[in-house]
Write a protein that binds this ligand. Structure first.
Ligand code: MG
Ligand code: FE
Length: 169
């Protein structure tokens, strides 16, 4: 039998590693974007939110008397870097990056919905409140991407059709 609290602690560590991956991925994207100022600014805003999310998760774990695993975070960073490196060789990296971000935000949304339910079940109202709050930020980012992906896609296609292959990102 696994205690509910142990499972919740494990899921909080998973979320922390996920945020580590998010930060690396968004950071790699923001640094490479040159011609999409609105997208770059929204990604930069979400990088700040992501760093704060990590700190809020750490505070929850500290309060619960558990710690996060550095190894898991390192693995997450590595996979994010590989993912970003893969995108760099694609001419349409700004479109592929938006696709990856939109997908990743939904992974985050469902992860926090699960955490809210688990924290409520374990009677940890503070962790439930924090995860709810983080979930709202992920939903806002997903909905911004949803609203802007058509514009990014069309701007990209225009650049591709007019620029001779240069500076599409
Ligand atoms: Mg996040
Ligand atoms: Fe996010």
């Amino acid at each position: 039998m696994t205690d509910m609290n142990d499972r919740l602690n494990q899921w909080l560590r998973d979320a922390h590693a996920m945020e580590e991956q998010a930060e690396q991925m968004l950071d790699a994207q923001a640094r490479r974007i040159e011609n999409y100022p609105e997208l770059k600014a929204r990604i930069e805003q979400h990088i700040s939110e992501t760093r704060s999310q990590k700190q809020r998760l750490e505070a929850c774990m500290e309060k619960r008397g558990t710690s996060w695993s550095g190894m898991k975070d390192l693995a997450a960073q590595f996979s994010a870097l590989m993912q970003a490196a893969g995108g760099m060789f694609a001419g349409d990296e700004v479109v592929k990056g938006s696709m990856a971000s939109y997908t990743f935000e939904h992974l985050e949304i469902v992860s926090y919905r699960i955490l809210v339910a688990a924290a409520e079940a374990a009677g940890d109202a503070e962790t439930a409140r924090v995860c709810e709050e983080i979930c709202r930020e992920e939903e806002a980012m997903a909905s911004w991407l949803q609203d802007h992906i058509p514009q990014v896609t069309q701007a990209y296609l225009m650049r591709e059709a007019t620029d001779s292959g240069a500076a599409k990102r």
